[in-house]
Ligand binder design. Sequence first.
Ligand SMILES: *Cc1c(COP(=O)(O)O)cnc(C)c1O
Length: 392
Amino acid sequence: MSNDWHESTRAVHAGTRRSQYGEVSESIFMTQGFVYNSAEQAEARFESIGEDEFIYARYGNPTVAMFEDRIAALEGTEDAFATASGMAAVNGALMSLLKAGDHVVSARALFGSCLYIAEEILPRFGVEVTFVDGSDLTQWEAAIRPDTRAVFFESLSNPALELVDVAAVAELAHAQGAVVVCDNVFATPVYSKAVEQGVDLVVYSATKHIDGQGRALGGVILGSRELIRKTVEPYMKHTGGSMSPFTAWIMLKGLETMRLRVREQAATALKLARALEGHENLSRVIYPGLPSHPQHDLATRQMGAGGTMLAIEVKGGKEGAYRFLNACQIGIISNNLGDAKTILTPPAFTTHQRLPQDQKDALGITPGLVRISIGLEDADDLLGDFLQALSR
Ligand SMILES: *Cc1c(COP(=O)(O)O)cnc(C)c1O
């Protein structure tokens, strides 16, 4: 791959490994193991493994390596490790770095399973976790200490769409020698500038925009060759959270169209946010691309766009939200995101159902809140559907 290729070119060519048949579409190497030509070769490969050499699919596989190289080329990192799901990636990034006695500072607004790791699992292994309001830099500054090993946050939070100032938090963390781990799902790889903003390990659930068509679970951890190969890989390959070759193929093909899809979805999201803001049956429209978003300037600086996710607060609380959800004919009620289909989620009663009310309040998860993952439908069709559903 040439270093001056632009993103669109990398998205379809980076990482490609062709077999002797010269196939155009990437091959699925659906194999657990690899044959050695001799006992000596087997011994040599276990001693040190070369660029295009493989031992066992839990350690690596050609199709998975293609996906890793392609996403690393898009993200601008030296290396990547592909995982079985987004949560295998979050868990792998944190557990591979941490040991008993370490301190972690984490944003409070986290995806449910990320919160479970930070709140329940890490403390069980003797890791102390301090939670902060991710959008408040003074809280980060106060919480990060000389013994802080890692900071963790979602750059754009679910479902209230609050931003963490990635560059500023990374600077505070690095001043104390802490590693910056960022779950960048909502920002998407398309709008990510995480590496230039100082993130050391970028984590994605590939289940979302990378697949983008609701087919498979997957994840990836990206970072420097040193961190990925010396810290992340030994943990991942021995604990079993590796990506399957079939999933890697789905994700590779997803990467080819991700940029087109995500930019289209973000353009539609902006159109809808503008059109819905001020609607008489909505008390709020939350979208980082709207000037009314409290962190609009940061969003513009950090992502260059408002992203593909939108949240609306329907008047009338749960009843109002349910009336809207049940009346929508294009948007489907589900809980994934980044899909070609527009997906509507009432977080208070689904993804965040188990949170106690005071935590829901702190995260802005009101009964009338509906999270919308904008798909690839026509923007005017979606708007028409939302307006008829809001008029009920
Ligand atoms: C979906 C999601 C995850 C988990 O990914 P899975 O692929 O479902 O395991 C983690 N973080 C965020 C922000 C997510 O949206």
